[in-house]
Design a protein around this ligand. Sequence first.
Ligand code: F6P
Length: 324
Amino acid sequence: MLKRIAVLTSGGDAPGMNAAIRAVVRTGTVRGAEVFGVRQGYSGLLLGDFLPLTPRDVGGIIERGGTMLGSARCLEFKTDAGRRKALTGLASAGIEGLIVIGGNGSQTGTHSLCELGFPANGVASTIDNDLLGTDITIGVDTALNVILEAMDRLRTSAQSHRRCSIVEVMGRDCGFLALTAGIAGGAEVIVTPEFDLTPEQVRERIAQSYARGKQHGVIVVAEGAKNNAQRLYEALSAPHASLPLEPRLTILGHVQRGGDPTAADRLLATRLAADATDLLLSGTHGYLVGLKNGQLARTPIAEVAGRTKPLPDELIRLAEVMQT
Ligand code: F6P
């Protein structure tokens, strides 16, 4: 069994990362290993910035958003020289295995460490929910709840003024947050990178909904859509657009990644991170741990790295009906 392991959080922070760190530390310690935290993601690996962590050090963090270890996107780690430097740092600290809590880019890093022969497992964590090997990632539920609260508030204001609220949500190149927030928040129009709409198509949908008697509108737009929220707003507020409802623009930004994790994210993070740690300690590595059909799912990291998950067909069909 491995005796000395480390954990890092990498890429965009996600609510629930602290719960995952806590689960790694407690699982590792209970199984008899020493656990170290790495500060600021892969950057900390390059600097050998390790912090010994005991179960007491991770008390009182399960309810907090962000990550107590800090996170970063590290360009140097993408180079061969950077990765070798990281391996040297790990070896000199006597660390035998690593848990990487993060999304797509971060798990590509896990894969490259594994390819270099270093034992590592990944924990699926990103608000974007674009990772293969899992139905849901840590942070999505909290981010969705933040978006829904904003949409509900924007809707009441839009109703009062007979306006149309254009809301931009995160997700990089993936429309999952926009699609699910659109369904759960009752959006009149949903625009995603996968199903881009032109300003004219959006105008048409709002005009139709107006003709059906709706005197307000909420348009949820994924940041990665070709016609992003800013472009749509500019096109739809031009006088010749003759939109029946006056548009207003809200870009939610990093508020979606902040705040305390929901119960679902705390539980998900704890389950995934504990399993990834158990696997690593027992000598099984090179896996991303996620959740499929409600059950823990271990997918070879080589199958996940550099690829993205498509939107679920069932949700696409549902959204089409619900936007009417
Ligand atoms: O990957 C998570 C994410 O929040 C994306 O949705 C977004 O495109 C990106 O990170 C923003 O990155 P940053 O925090 O560096 O601005």
